[in-house]
Design a protein. Sequence first.
Length: 343
Amino acid sequence: MSRTFQPDPELTHRLSRRGMLGVAAGATAAALLGAAAAPATAAEAGAAGRGRPVLPPGRLGIQLYSLRDKVSTLGFAPVFAELEKYGYDEVEFAGYTQGSAGPITLAQLRRLARDHGLNPIGSHVGYWSDDPNAYTFAQNLTKVLDDAQALGLKHIGTASGPFRYGSTVDAWKRAAEEFNTYGAAARARGMKFYQHNHSEEFSFATDNPKVRLYDVLLAETDPDLVFLEMDIFWAYSGQFRFSKRPDGSPAPFEPLDYVLKQPHRYPLFHVKDGVSDPADTYGYRMTDVGDGDIDYQRFISAVTRLRGERLAHHWQAEHDQPAESFTFARRSSAYLHSLREKC
C-alpha cells in the first residue's frame, strides 16, 4: 500500500521563502510553465512531526535525467529556478546539454547552478564504447575529467554496469582493474570516481553461480579509489530478482547492509521509489518518492545515524519516466523534507 503524508507548516514556509528568493530568476519559467511549475502545496508538503529531520541539511539533490524533457524544451535556467523553489541543494548531471534549448558552456552551466543555490555534485558518463571517439571513461578519460573539473564536481561516475567483458568472475575483475585506473585519475584531480548500480549487478557470475557479481566489484576495487552510488530502487529490485541462486537455493541479502558495512564507499545515493508488485519483472513499479513502498525514513536514518556519517552522503531524487517531471521533483522534495526520525 502506498504511504500518504500530511502538511508540515514549517516546510511549507521554508520552501515558500526559498521560492521568493529565486522569483526573479524564475519569473520567465513560471510564465512558460503555468500550473505545472507551482510550488509545493500544503497538502504535498509532508508530515508534521517531532524529531530531527531525517534528511541532512544541504544534501538533497536531483538527477537531471529525471527532468530531461524540461531541460530540452526550456533550457537549464528555468529548470534550475524551479529546483531552487522546491528546496533542492544539489544537482547531478546526465550529460551537460541533454538537448538543452540553446548552447551553454561548462563555465556558464556551473555559474548558473550556483546562482540558483545548486551545488553540482556529480555526473554520469559512459564506461566504454566501440567508438574510439566516444565520450566515455575508457575512450576519453582525460576529456571526461577535464569537463568534470571545469564544473567543479567532487564526484564523476558511470551508470554503466561492469559487464564490458562479460558476467564471469574474471570479467568483473578485469572491469574492476579499469575502474581502479579511473579512480586513481579522478583522485589526482581531487574527485571521486563512482559506479551506479541497476538490479543486474546483484546477479550471479555465470561461471560460478555461488558468487554475486556485486560482491566481486566490492572486493576487487580499491575502496580508496572506487566508490558506489547505490540506486536504492534498483538495489531492492535486485533483492527481489536475485535472492535465489540459479539452482533455486536461497541467497538473501539486504541492500542497506552493504552500506552499513562500508558507509564510506557510498557518498551518493539515488532516492527512487516503487510500489511493490510481484507480478512485475523487477518487483516494483516506479513512482514518485513517497508514493511507494520503500521505507526511506528507515533507510536514510540508518545511514545518517552512523557516527560521523550524517553529512557524508548526498541523496539524489530520481524517476526514470515521471508522469510530469516538475511535479515529481516538487512532491519528492516535499516528502523527503517531511520525514522525521522516530523518537
